[in-house]
Design a protein around this ligand. Structure first.
Ligand code: SF4
Ligand code: SF4
Length: 359
């Protein structure tokens, strides 16, 4: 009962945040990066700095107070790997007490039935688990959801705590067999799956020498991958990215400019680094000369102008599925509605029994 009342309060707050972002330009959503450290070393990583210092809990709490002042409705925890940041459960609980929805993206290494239960108890609303396959490779060791008992724990957390989980995976040049196993897994468990093509890091310093990136000349392989995914989507596998994301990969490898990233501007997303500065995008390791705690409406306007300008230079080199989806569904509201209805229809079609949870 307490959890239901909390959720109503959170969604009321989200509605206010959305209206305020349209009326006054406040950020409805904030991405907190409490640590840039990570316990993995994926070959394609864009966003890790193991030498950096973490945010303290007190500093984080000051950011939540400020977020309330700025009418924030949803706080996403990212990194680095946010689950290696010790104060995470207390931080989520603090957001819950302030009626801010929370979302956590994790590489899943620390997810166990116990930690899933802790996250649910403190009020985490959305859990986004990065998984690239069932088998660890030299490129990535993100395999957590295949761990025995984890999916049952996630299902229980859905029923007990209303915590929704989904999977996010990277398609690189040599892992499509693993991605196919993941598609089957997502179908079996009816858990949403978001698939993104690997993209070389913007900063060449972070680029791996490995042969993992798609290049001109890989069209035949990509055609097989795209056709397979679209076939699975037609068969109602719970893959959430729009068809055009997959179809347009051919334009991306030709470096055509065909989409407009609205990540830095839509709903006023703001990214906050462990030092409390604004980061222009979670895919970059930069820090702007603005601190979240100092933001007011005037500063927000200046930040947004800088973000709008910066996205012009990175857009053509980036094909983030999250950012593309945001662009696509903003422009195609009808498609967004269809996606939601399809999802509901899928669950009905599978005849979920009372007490049985889909994600
Ligand atoms: S889990 Fe994420 S942050 Fe960590 S190394 Fe892999 S891509 Fe980078
Ligand atoms: S195009 Fe968008 S998502 Fe990609 S790096 Fe630039 S700002 Fe970030």
């Amino acid at each position: 009962m307490k959890r239901s009342i909390e959720r109503v309060a959170k969604f009321e707050n989200l509605a206010k945040a959305y209206l305020s972002s349209h009326r006054h330009g406040t950020p409805a959503f904030v991405r907190m990066l409490p640590t840039d450290r990570c316990n993995l070393d994926c070959a394609y990583c864009w966003q890790r700095d193991n030498a950096s210092a973490d945010m303290s809990l007190e500093f984080f709490q000051a950011h939540v107070e400020k977020a309330k002042e700025l009418s924030v409705g949803l706080m996403t925890f990212l990194g680095g790997e946010p689950m290696i940041w010790d104060p995470l459960p207390e931080a989520i609980s603090f957001c819950t007490r302030h009626h801010i929805l929370t979302d956590l993206t994790t590489n899943g290494t620390i997810l166990t039935p116990d930690t899933v239960n802790i996250l649910g108890r403190v009020g985490l609303d959305y859990l986004n688990i990065s998984v690239d396959g069932a088998i660890a490779t030299a490129v990535t060791r993100k395999t957590s959801i295949f761990r025995p008992g984890l999916m049952d724990a996630l299902k229980e957390a859905r029923i007990k705590h209303h915590m929704h989980a989904r999977i996010n995976s990277v398609i690189y040049k040599n892992n499509f067999e693993e991605i196919q196993a993941l598609m089957e897994f997502s179908r079996k468990w009816d858990i949403q799956l978001s698939l993104g093509f690997i993209v070389p890091p913007l900063d060449p310093v972070h680029r791996s020498a490995r042969d993992i990136y798609f290049m001109p000349g890989d069209e035949a392989l990509l055609r097989t991958i795209v056709d397979t995914i679209l076939r699975k989507k037609r068969a109602r596998y719970p893959i959430i990215d729009p068809n055009s994301y997959f179809e347009n990969i051919f334009k991306f490898i030709r470096r055509e400019k065909f989409w407009e990233c609205n990540y830095p501007t839509r709903y006023g997303w703001i990214n906050v680094t462990p030092t409390g500065h604004i980061r222009s995008c979670t895919k970059k390791m930069d820090e702007l000369d603005f601190r979240f705690l100092d933001l007011d409406l005037k500063q927000l306007k200046r930040v947004r102008a800088i973000l709008k300008e910066r996205v012009q230079s990175c857009n053509v080199d980036c094909y983030s599925n999250c950012a593309y989806d945001s662009y696509f569904y903003t422009k195609n509201k009808g498609e967004l509605l269809k996606k939601v209805l399809r999802r509901l229809g899928l669950k009905r079609g599978q005849g979920l029994k009372r007490g049985q949870a889909a994600f």
